[in-house]
Design a binder for this molecule. Structure first.
Ligand code: 4AD
Ligand code: MG
Length: 468
């Protein structure tokens, strides 16, 4: 009987049965009588030891060869493995490492080197670990929201709004329209999306607010696009964000619930990922000093909480940092100083000046210059999440709407492109909502101690960089 099983499942497979395993050779020890292979099929951190008679060894077998082997599963003689495969038949599906193959056998390559080969780096142990952890993180996010009664909602990628109002949007171009409008740059801009301007979404928040008004507790998991011309180790042009929106969150009490929700999500997601993919996480921790302690501290203790005003006080005592004047946004160095001086733990930073937050933020009842907004800062990375309560009072919101040119909407037909958003308050039945967005890549950076965000997803896109 032939059973195809991935290595991850072989541990639960009855012994002394015939199985077929497909994978890649990641280690080979040649002895006179027998040859030992470590086979990796990417399903888990562990490799499967295969034992074959040396005269059975195909001549073309080498490091990174792809093989298909049939044999008997037996208890392993290898101390770190439960089972091994006593090979009866082995076939080389493809030879390993030809031509300019960029990785060397049994070597760990630095991430800024492997990053040059996005199409090949899933073959390295360390990037394969990252991809398994990332996949588990997405599952854990879904598990958390399902447990908490949230409904998953798909928000659009193409949209007419610039939710964050930062002007960092990518505009879509219609190839046919472009051809038709050859020679006329005016026509080109107007026809970008069937004669109206449209952008790639920067955040699904406004759409989630609409759905929260029918389903109470909702979340999305979506790519987001920002055209910021940043060459930093924490900015991407295309990243993934999980956003939650909850109805009936009002005032300080609503804000407390939101902070608890954000802290709960981050902790429970990290805990599940640690449990399920512990070997992959540990492998990263071994390469990144201090990360394990930072993550354990984040999980064991409550997150620190501080207001923007208190944060400025703390920062005024920092000797080597550029000063922050009241009303100014914080830079990454300020964020890191705060996490370090507040117990080397994640920090929920609240009560931001309304003027530096987007138009939809709700003001505090006790001080209308402050927003009921939060940024979650973590050691080593800085901001990983942002959110708050949304302004529910229609005239106040109308007064804060960005002027049309700020949402890049020069077409007069579309000057009211946020009318639908105002309708949520204007037509009755609308309730105050609150929510947040967590940057999945930045959370991975924190959990695994990954220095550069470009090493947290398979095909990173950043300014001037979209190679494949
Ligand atoms: O703080 P941001 O801009 O908040 C929003 O988009 C809200 N509308 C979310 C909401 O309330 N529903 O982005 C949220 C998070 C950031 O904290 C950061 O982790 C991540 O998204 N992020 C980026 N990650 C990688 N590259 C970029 N260019 C990012 N910009 C934001
Ligand atoms: Mg933010």
């Amino acid at each position: 009987r032939q059973v195809r099983r991935v290595v991850a499942l072989l541990r639960d497979q009855p012994l002394h049965q015939t199985v077929t395993v497909n994978g890649w050779v990641k280690g080979m020890r040649r002895h006179k009588e027998r040859t030992f292979l470590d086979i990796d099929d990417g399903s888990c951190y562990k490799k499967l030891q295969m034992v074959l008679k040396s005269d059975q060894r195909p001549a073309t077998l080498g490091y990174h060869s792809a093989v298909s082997a049939t044999g008997i599963l037996q208890p392993s003689t290898h101390p770190s493995q439960e089972v091994e495969l006593l090979v009866q038949q082995i076939q080389v599906v493809d030879v390993g490492m030809q031509g300019d193959y960029p990785f060397k056998a049994r070597q760990t390559h630095p991430p800024d080197y492997t990053r040059r080969f996005p199409h090949l780096r899933p073959r390295t142990n360390s990037f394969a670990s990252l991809l398994r952890v990332r996949s588990q993180m997405k599952a854990a996010i879904q598990h958390y929201f399902e447990r908490e009664g949230f409904i998953n909602v798909d928000t659009p990628i193409l949209t007419t709004n610039d939710c964050e109002g930062g002007g960092e949007v990518f505009m879509v171009q219609h190839l046919m329209a472009q051809q038709q409008s050859k020679g006329s740059s005016e026509g080109k801009a107007q026809n970008s999306y069937f004669k109206q301007p449209a952008y790639l979404t920067v955040s699904g928040q406004l759409h989630l607010e609409a759905v929260a008004n029918g389903l109470s507790k909702v979340y999305n998991f979506s790519p987001a696009f920002r055209s910021e011309n940043s060459q930093t180790r924490r900015h991407l042009a295309e990243f993934w964000m999980v956003e939650a929106e909850e109805a009936f969150l009002v005032g300080r009490e609503g804000m407390e619930a939101l902070l608890g929700r954000l802290e709960g999500l981050v902790k429970e997601v990290m805990t599940e990922v640690l449990e399920v993919t512990s070997e992959d996480v540990q492998a990263h921790w071994q390469r990144s000093q201090g990360t394990e302690e930072a993550v354990r501290r984040a999980l064991d203790k409550p997150f620190s909480r501080v207001s923007y005003a208190e944060a400025l006080d703390i920062l005024s005592g920092a000797p080597d940092l550029p000063p922050v004047s009241p009303g100014q946004d914080l830079a990454r160095e300020h964020e890191l100083y705060l996490t370090n001086s507040l117990g080397h733990r994640p920090v929920l930073l609240t009560d931001w000046p309304l003027t530096i937050k987007p138009f939809y933020m709700s003001a505090c009842e006790d001080d209308s210059s402050l927003a009921l907004a939060v940024d979650l800062l973590v050691p080593g990375v800085g901001e990983v999440a942002g959110g708050g309560l949304r302004e529910h009072h229609l005239p106040t919101l109308q007064g804060r709407l960005p002027p049309p040119q700020h949402h890049h909407n020069n077409n007069s037909d579309n000057n009211n492109s946020l009318q639908w958003y105002l309708d949520l308050r204007a037509l009755g039945g609308g309730v105050p909502t609150g929510g947040f967005g967590v940057g999945v890549e930045r959370l991975l950076q924190f959990l695994l101690g990954i220095h550069n965000i470009k090493d947290t997803l398979p095909f990173p896109r950043w300014a001037h960089h979209c190679p494949c």
